[in-house]
Design a protein. Sequence first.
Length: 508
Amino acid sequence: GAEITDVAWNSQVPHILASSAANGTVVVWDLRQRKPWCQLRCESNSSSPVSAMAWNPTQGLHMMTASSDDRSPGLKLWDLRSSTTMPLTTLEGHTGGVLSLDWCPHDDTLMMSCGKDNRTLMWDLYSLQAIAEIPNEDPSGGQQQQQQHQQQQQQQQGQINLEDLTLEELHEMSQMEGLTQEQQMQIQAQMQLLVDGEDDERPEEHFLTIALNGTILGATEMVTGFPPSGLLMTSAFDSVHEDDLLGMHAIKTHFWERDQPDVEVYLRRRTIEGDWIWLVAKVVSYIDSPVPGIIVHEAIVKNENVAVIVSRITRIASLLLQAVESSLFGSEVGNNTGGDSVDASQDEAVEIQAMLLNAAENLGIDLSNSDNPLRELMEAAANGDSMWGGDVLISRGGTGEGRARDGKKSMDIVDHLKSGAALDLSKIILTEGEVKLVTLVLTGRLQIEDLGPLLYLALNSPEMDLVAATDEFYSLSEQQLKANSHAQSPSEMVLLQPPPLAVINLSF
């Protein structure tokens, strides 16, 4: 008999087993009867072996077979109820014989295959097309390194004509080790010549299919010049400018993933030449397979001044969002620690208040009617010899050492505050509109869930007037607060809810 190449248990019937052979056949066995149930003639040529097969995980009469013959490297889908000689369809995409295949156990519309052409393809059985390819870092089983070594030797000997290489080949060559500075300059110069000649041919937009974790599942021809195949299974954030990362992530998390695809984000992506290019991105579609994700449309920005303004405001808003949610999340965690436990932020507030009162007692200051006890303490410390006295001694003129009462460790109140949620806007010169935006959030006049809609309206207005938008919101909140005097019950009153931030850094 012919050599057996593969065996597979039926996914639905435990006593059904299939075996494939090197003569192009598959035999389906009924182990209870101890005889073949049917035989598939998969390949017309008996010298074309069936290299692999798989049962549909949910349909026990559907099977996929593959051939390792380079002359017919297709995948064939069979329905055993209809025919054992004619497949339902053939999937074509490999250029070399198929070595292995596997049906997704969680989604019977997805199939993976790999072949002699060093390609691993993901198939969508609805469209009967390969929808993704997993890149192979060493697509020739060591031949790529050997080829690079040969190219390096030829380059050193002056045998390679750089004008004969494509931009992608030049980029790969530039990554090789051992090149001299002169060779690197020659390669970069030739890459620049190709780029200058191809700039007009590059598209002004592209589409990225991105999983929820940021992995690129598919890409069209890129504005940045990178080959789409080289981007598969990499992160969509890898080529984004570091100043735009936080804004992109915030828009993706708080808008795109919450069914608000029209919200745009301006970002810079690195091109294959190492430059930065401004793009505007938004979601055009959502996908459920092969994994949940989004399809993002990115296009070249016509007005970079607008891009700079929007990107900057998005970044500041993202820092606000991140800090406020961090502080609120901390409170929620505290509330979930148990029925008898005290909220962590309340513990910290009580502890800080006790420290302030103790310091005031040591300095002989009455804080009972003070609107700003910390400021009064700081002013008193500026005129005195020590600030905290008992619990924490910070001597102005000497090297005083803090001793905690009742055996407790000494504590610096600033360090204690820094351990809480912080808003860090340091080294950013805020505009008038940005200052008003931050003030609205920190005073509780603007709740964090309203931040996105406010910015969306402001940035989509004809003049992108953030000042006018924040002023309008401030006036509205003032009217609501004034209406409290006419409220008939506490439930009708509008209360300010400032976020419980511990530190706000606006230094420059």
